[in-house]
Design a protein around this ligand. Structure first.
Ligand code: DX5
Ligand code: ZN
Length: 325
């Protein structure tokens, strides 16, 4: 898993279809963070690829996340198969001619990430009615249907405003950019805030060192983010967690619930901090580094109140000589 902010999802559309399992292993060994599965029905797009059975067969090859990209006209009919096949996320197209909400709800009910994808000509406003049901927004930067096409910069401009559609998910919401992503276009996509860069032909081109392409594309995307969106500061690595505060166990648990109610994940770890009169050290209450500023904004004042409550509790217990005081 790469250290920076951007992630690379390898599309296997241009892999050797006679050796899909081998090529999945190759891209994972080369450092791809995810596998992007392009499912086409020959109707929604003028191409036909593979179905849930193939995905299920590949699920045993690696444990990196599987992102299914359903370019099919009736996702409601087939979504269960992809959930059963072990996909970690399922993204459908907003342009399909059937109800969308039930399918998004079914994906989420299965505990997976639900996404909506827009073709280059489709405006972001088409996603508005579904915003609360979204974990992923996928921006097509080519006309869906084939790999190896040229990146459309105009379509990519939707990447930045798409973030607002995920405002309900301060952590874990993802903007995917799909189509024509390579070392020439990664910095542009990263500079618009893309989280997941889907890369197909750039990885499977003969003579290309796959590992080098993955590292380059990730680094270029982070460079774009650093100078276009982050005032020249390197992006916070996605996997970093920071200690928001340290509190006695019970107070920490209550505070963690409060913070998690706002969709900010919390890790509670027994810390090295103060030993309390009940014989248990303070707990570290940790949040993703990418959500630290938001947590301070929302819970900074409450943090002071909790720390005061903890000090009062310690006083009381010491005075009474028993933890229940
Ligand atoms: C196209 C697919 C893309 C494609 C990406 O319809 O959705 O995922 O495979 O491949 P490249 O990177 O070659 O455009
Ligand atoms: Zn795709």
């Amino acid at each position: 898993m790469g250290g920076g902010r951007a992630r690379v999802a390898a599309s296997i559309l241009n892999a050797d279809l006679a050796n899909l399992a081998r090529d999945v292993r190759r891209v994972v060994k080369a450092g791809a963070d995810r596998i992007h599965l392009d499912i086409m029905d020959g109707h929604f797009v003028p191409n036909l690829t593979f179905g849930a059975k193939t995905v299920k067969a590949l699920r045993g090859v690696t444990d990196v996340p599987f992102d299914a990209h359903l370019m099919i006209s009736e996702p409601s009919r087939y979504v269960a198969g992809f959930l059963d096949a072990g996909c970690d996320s399922v993204t459908i197209h907003v342009e399909v001619d059937e109800p969308i909400e039930p399918t998004l709800r079914a994906i989420r009910a299965a505990g997976r990430a639900a996404g909506l994808c827009v073709r280059p000509a489709t405006p972001l406003t088409a996603l508005e009615p579904y915003r609360e049901l979204l974990d992923i927004v996928m921006i097509m930067t080519v006309e869906p249907g084939f790999g190896g096409q040229t990146f459309m910069r105009d379509a990519a401009r939707k990447i930045l405003p798409a973030r607002s559609l995920l405002a309900h998910k301060p952590v874990g919401g993802e903007i995917h950019v799909d189509g024509g992503v390579n070392r020439e276009t990664a910095e542009y996509a990263g500079g618009l805030g893309a989280d997941i860069l889907v890369v197909g032909s750039a990885l499977f081109t003969k003579g290309h060192d796959m590992g080098r392409e993955v590292r380059l594309i990730r680094a270029l995307a982070d460079e774009g983010y650093q100078y276009q969106l982050n005032d020249g500061k390197p992006p916070i690595p996605r996997d970093n967690w920071v200690t928001f505060t340290r509190l006695p166990r019970e107070i920490a648990r209550r505070f963690a619930d409060e913070i998690e109610a706002g969709a900010i994940p919390v890790l509670l770890l027994r810390g090295e901090g103060e030993m309390n009169p009940d014989g248990v050290r303070d707990y570290d209450l940790m949040v993703p580094a990418t959500a630290e500023a938001l947590t301070i904004e929302r819970h900074g004042a409450a943090r002071e109140a909790r720390l005061a409550e903890a000090a009062a509790w310690r006083e009381r217990v010491r005075a009474a000589g028993s933890p229940g005081a």
